[in-house]
Design a protein around this ligand. Structure first.
Ligand code: UFG
Length: 350
């Protein structure tokens, strides 16, 4: 008799958000059952239906705030069968965190603590945590490896990522908890179907949504922040990575822990491509794939920006057996297809 393995049930917090929604798709396509918790502060429940169209399964969903202990405890009492957690739910705007530091600490740190209580109560061991390359600040050595020193944070947002990694360092040492922290570089692009993607509220802070919104006519002109950096063309360098590549890494990470393949209770991996591009190179890639000439101007540097950062991805490549597959033009094309899909939905009043 063939005994089929029980489907793993994964809690995805922030699963209606940008990276969360793409990860839910990959999890479901890899045979996992998903339950999403999201407060919808920065996302929409429409995403659930879109995930349903892509995968054939509308994931289970509950709307509440994980920073609030009571509903979180109630959720874990009702769901004793969760096998693992991927924790995305967090505030993520660097600039906003400067003006609302308490909200950032309460939300980003508080939710991780509440989730830990639930894990303890239900005997859930495995959690994947969304971290960021922001923990490195401006690294001294490039490409940056996971062993590079953690620099003092430049924003409460960055600080919450460092604090959450610290919390995991100690909880994985003393509680029956195992974690993988994934340090994302610059996630961009959208699902090939153009059904899910990034939905920035108001004026985008990030480069790629600003580029596509400018090209579609929602913004007048992209401001390129600084062209006097020590780089080939003077503009800042980042390691842009396709969101689906990032999503795939989460599936590998949660499976690694559940298959007992982790080498230590807390593992940390960089998720990047290993290649850096300047802002002007990103604009050129966009113009190449879209055929649209972008209106942009050079302005002063943006306070708080680092000059250049890109990842050494060898640890993720060898240990996770994961590698980013999509090249920059494909990333920009998918972002453009998504922007055009959003625009035609607006025209059709959807
Ligand atoms: N940029 C512009 N014009 C814009 C927006 C961005 O020139 O309108 C430039 C920035 O100066 C930077 C690059 O494009 O050089 C990328 O900027 P993003 O805002 O897209 O991304 P960041 O690298 O600043 O931010 C990302 C994540 C954060 C994280 C940070 C750590 O979005 O979550 O990396 O460095 F904290």
């Amino acid at each position: 008799m063939i005994v089929k393995n029980k489907m793993k049930k994964i809690l995805v917090t922030g699963g209606t958000g940008f990276i969360g929604s793409h990860t839910v798709v990959e999890l479901q396509q890899n045979g996992c059952e998903v339950i999403i918790v999201d407060n919808l502060f920065n996302s929409s429940a429409d995403v659930l239906e879109k995930i349903g169209i892509i995968t054939g399964i509308i994931p289970a969903f509950e709307q509440f705030d994980l920073a609030d202990p009571a509903p979180t405890a109630g959720f874990f009492s009702r769901h004793s069968d969760i096998d693992g957690i991927i924790h995305f739910a967090a505030f993520k705007a660097v600039g906003e965190s400067m003006s609302k530091p308490l909200g950032y600490y309460r939300n980003n740190v508080g939710s991780l603590l509440n989730i830990h209580e639930g894990m303890k109560k239900n005997g859930i061991r495995d959690i994947v945590f969304s971290s960021s390359c922001t923990v490195y600040g401006q690294p001294d050595i490039l490409p940056v490896t996971e062993t590079a020193p953690i620099k003092p944070a430049w924003s409460p947002y960055g600080n919450t990522k460092q604090m959450c990694e610290d919390i995991l360092r100690f909880t994985t040492a003393s509680l029956p908890v195992r974690a993988i922290a994934l340090r994302y570089f610059n996630p961009i692009g959208a699902h090939d179907s153009a059904l899910i993607g990034e939905l920035p509220l108001g004026v985008p802070n990030n480069l790629v949504p600003f580029i596509t919104q400018t090209a579609i006519g929602l913004r007048q002109c992209l401001k390129v922040f600084g062209n006097d950096y020590d780089t080939t063309d003077g503009t800042a360098i980042r390691d842009y990575i396709h969101v689906v590549d990032i999503a795939r890494a989460h599936v590998v990470a949660i499976e690694r822990m559940m298959d007992e393949k982790g080498k230590s209770p807390l593992e940390v991996f960089n998720l990047g491509t290993g290649k850096g591009f300047t802002v002007l190179e990103i604009i050129q890639s966009f113009e190449r794939v879209s055929g649209v000439k972008l209106n942009y101007e050079i302005v002063d540097r943006r306070p708080g920006d680092v000059e250049k950062v890109w990842a050494d991805t060898s640890l993720a490549n060898t240990e996770l057996g994961w590698k980013a597959e999509k090249e920059i033009d494909e990333m920009m094309l998918s972002a453009w297809k998504w922007e055009k899909a959003l625009s035609s939905n607006r025209v059709n009043g959807k």
